[in-house]
Ligand binder design. Structure first.
Ligand SMILES: [Zn+2]
Length: 445
């Protein structure tokens, strides 16, 4: 459809076609800026975000956008930009984190901070998680301003420090110390993907928009027993007790099966038959990963010595609907008759609310995706890992994890890996979806 024809079509309908940015050049700019941004090392720890903050602040201010910075502790800078609306009140917060996880350069195919392009892929730490999305958000704000679109209510952009260590110096710190600055009704954050093979069994294009995340519960299982010469087995071997405890917990996790939830029902309804992989399995049930086993006497442990202590660390990830106290009670009861065994929770996240997805913003996202990919399914879902969104959801914000690029499962898995990458041909369409979703929402009263 030609532009002139499209304009005539809208005029005949009595609506004026909204002017849109030149997405081709905007997409090219997004790629170039993402490269510059990846080249600024913001590895966490230490999550020194002074240089990334200066880079984004300069970029935004050069386009006439108001920026404030907040230093949570030395070196940890958070950048807050604002596009003022016609009416008071803040409606939408775009949230991204500037820090990245470390990269072992010796294991990468190329320098993780060189942002090189090879075989149609931009390689670099932060390519998926989440510097490119950060640039999409920054350019969306800049493009809205350039197009002269004054939103009904303020639109905010927070580029945070420290997400990869839990956000204590980043988004969670902003929520705790500067809530009035960022208080909003909706947020767009990380946690979504457009993908053909990660979610769908049939290869259908599905955009999962995350509206919830799993609860993290870390625990320790400690067994004690009688030490001695391994030539004479004892009935109270700490290793046997630990093994028995782990077997029982594993059995409980398998037996518990899936969790009933409206979110999962809606996800299944929209997404259809799901691909079977570790990601889809993890988002449908409570899970347990045994992450360490420690035992033995001496280093390396002596083979002929029975130790008096054995220990395991356990990483449980629970569905938002799972009742934590009841779950822990069940685990304790299951282990109660094993002598010398203690089960202790060392860390658990706060409640993990599910954001409502029958909302105008979710509609805008669906519409923008369909404009780009007519056949795509857009569905709410949840992510198995933690994001900054959970802190916002606890404040009542409807927070969505949105990723607008189409990526395959291998690219999603490259997050935190030794070959993190983003397809170069996705910059333009991904930015178009991001801009359109936000622009549409910005116009709504
Ligand atoms: Zn991230």
């Amino acid at each position: 459809m030609s532009k002139a024809w499209l304009a005539a079509f809208f005029i005949s309908l009595g609506v004026s076609a909204a002017a849109e940015p030149d997405f081709k050049s905007l997409g090219q700019r997004a790629l170039a800026l993402s490269q510059d941004y990846i080249r600024i090392n913001s590895v966490n720890p230490p999550a020194d975000t002074r240089a990334t903050a200066a880079f984004l602040q300069k970029l935004l201010e050069s386009e006439g956008i108001q920026v404030k910075t907040f230093e949570s502790s030395p070196g940890h800078l958070n950048v807050l930009a604002r596009l003022p609306g016609k009416q008071p009140g803040k409606r939408l917060l775009m949230l991204n984190h500037m820090d990245v996880v470390p990269a072992d350069a010796s294991r990468w195919p190329m320098d993780p901070f060189a942002a090189q392009i090879k075989d149609g892929m931009l390689y670099g730490r932060g390519a998926i998680d989440m510097k490119t999305t950060g640039i999409f958000q920054v350019l969306t704000l800049i493009a809205l301003k350039k197009e002269g679109l004054v939103p009904e209510h303020d639109i905010l952009l927070l580029c945070s420090a420290d997400e990869e260590s839990g956000g204590d110096q980043g988004a969670q710190w902003m929520i705790a110390h500067h809530w009035p600055e960022i208080e909003c009704e909706y947020a767009l954050d990380e946690g979504g993907f457009g993908t053909r093979d990660l979610l769908s069994a049939k290869g259908s294009l599905i955009f999962g928009v995350s509206v919830a995340e799993k609860k993290i519960v870390w625990a320790r299982l400690i067994a004690t027993g009688t030490s001695g010469h391994a030539s004479q087995p004892v009935a109270d071997n700490a290793n046997d007790r630990l093994r028995e405890g782990l077997n029982r917990l594993d059995g409980m996790m398998r037996k518990d099966g899936g969790v009933k939830s409206r979110l999962l029902d809606d996800f299944h309804k929209r997404a259809g038959a799901l691909a079977d992989n570790k990601f889809t399995r993890a988002i449908q049930r409570d899970t347990l990963s045994i992450t360490s086993l420690r035992s033995g006497v001496g280093d390396p442990p002596k083979v002929n010595v029975i130790p008096s202590k054995a220990e395991a660390t356990l990483d449980f990830r629970l569905m938002p609907e799972t009742d934590l106290p009841a779950f822990l009670k069940r685990a304790q009861k299951l282990l109660a008759d094993i002598p010398g065994l203690t089960f202790e929770v060392t860390h658990s996240t706060d409640p993990t609310p599910v954001s409502d997805y029958r909302t105008p913003l979710f509609e805008c996202i669906e519409k923008a995706v369909h404009q780009e990919h007519a056949q795509a399914v857009v569905t709410p879902y949840l992510v198995p890992f933690g994001t900054d969104s959970n802190g916002l959801r606890q404040k009542g914000v409807k927070a969505y994890g949105l990723g607008t690029a189409v990526v395959d499962a291998a690219i999603v898995a490259s997050m935190h890996s030794d070959a993190e990458r983003m397809p170069v041909d996705q910059f333009e369409p991904a930015l178009r979806i991001y801009y359109r979703a936000v622009a549409d929402f910005a116009r709504r009263p």
